[in-house]
Design a protein around this ligand. Structure first.
Ligand SMILES: [Zn+2]
Length: 284
């Protein structure tokens, strides 16, 4: 069983990376898309750091450039990413909605370089929960809005660049599953990653000894109606390379539980685990 993890962050701690790669490989992950993360002050892990990680494990990692639209020179960064052989771009914090006119030259440059774009979609971590190694202290100063990252903000980009694969992370979690999956039917270049635990919840008052995990009713309904097309859904763990606590058991267990729980066919499971991601990244 081959698995491609489409969603890994990297904290820049190269000394912890080999342990991570060993664990993920032991779980069946053969390749993984990796990109940086934002620190508490808003700075993020550099393209250079991601490049060094990828050079150390060239058979395992597929590098994407991690960029904050409107807060850095993204057009320059696309040129650099291209020259370094990065396969795609990961967008998250953005000063304006993703589909603002100002950003189209960036997307156009990426399309010309045959890149794959991954955008965070849905509610973003904030003050309510710990965000692992992701910083949030800069969000007030930057005037961050999850609304700028709604799935439908990808609609205009997908129509403008119909050959470019555009992946929304988290299926628009948690508010916009319907909005996200509705796009799959109408736009052939839209995909979503299922990072992570988007398809099930954990019951608050589950009886002791029982499995507290339940497939979300609205996800089941979207799958049963054909709107949640699993051929356009990619596995992503959202784990952090370099974190000493990283463990693949939970994300991989979640992947298998959710696919089984939805009643996915073997063909659909293979597409989610490997096939669709491999196709859009050009891996055989
Ligand atoms: Zn993430």
């Amino acid at each position: 069983m081959r698995i491609l993890d489409f969603h890994l962050h990297y904290n820049g701690k190269l000394e912890n990376a080999s342990r991570f790669v060993e664990l993920w490989r032991a779980g069946g992950v053969e390749k993984a898309v990796v990109f940086g993360l934002n620190h508490e002050d808003g700075s993020h892990v550099s393209m250079d750091a991601v490049a060094k990680l990828t050079e150390r494990f060239p058979d395992f990692f597929i590098p994407f450039a991690y960029l904050n639209l409107g807060y850095e020179d993204c057009l320059c960064a696309v040129a650099e990413a291209r020259s370094r052989g990065f396969r795609g771009l990961k967008f998250i914090y953005t000063a304006k909605p993703y589909d603002d006119d100002e950003y189209f030259p960036i997307y156009e440059a990426a399309a010309k370089a045959n890149m794959v774009l991954l955008f965070h979609t849905g509610i973003i971590i904030g003050t309510g929960k710990a965000g692992g190694e992701h910083g949030t202290a800069f969000q007030a100063k930057w005037r961050i809005s999850s609304d700028y990252m709604r799935p439908m903000r990808l609609d205009r980009i997908a129509r403008a660049f119909p050959e470019m694969p555009i992946v929304g992370a988290h299926v628009g979690a948690e508010s916009w599953y319907e909005e996200a999956t509705s796009m799959l039917e109408w736009l052939n270049n839209i995909y979503f990653d299922m990072a992570i635990q988007q398809f099930h919840y954990v019951r608050k008052n589950a009886p002791a000894g029982s499995d507290p995990r339940v497939i979300k009713f609205r996800i089941k309904e979207l799958y049963d109606s054909g709107q949640l097309n699993l051929h356009r859904i990619l596995f992503g763990s959202d784990a952090c390379v370099g974190s000493p606590k990283a463990n693949p058991d939970w994300p991989l267990g979640t992947l298998h539980f959710e696919l089984d729980g939805l009643g996915a066919t073997e063909e659909e499971k293979e597409a989610v685990r490997w096939g669709t991601a491999a196709k859009i990244l050009g891996i055989s």
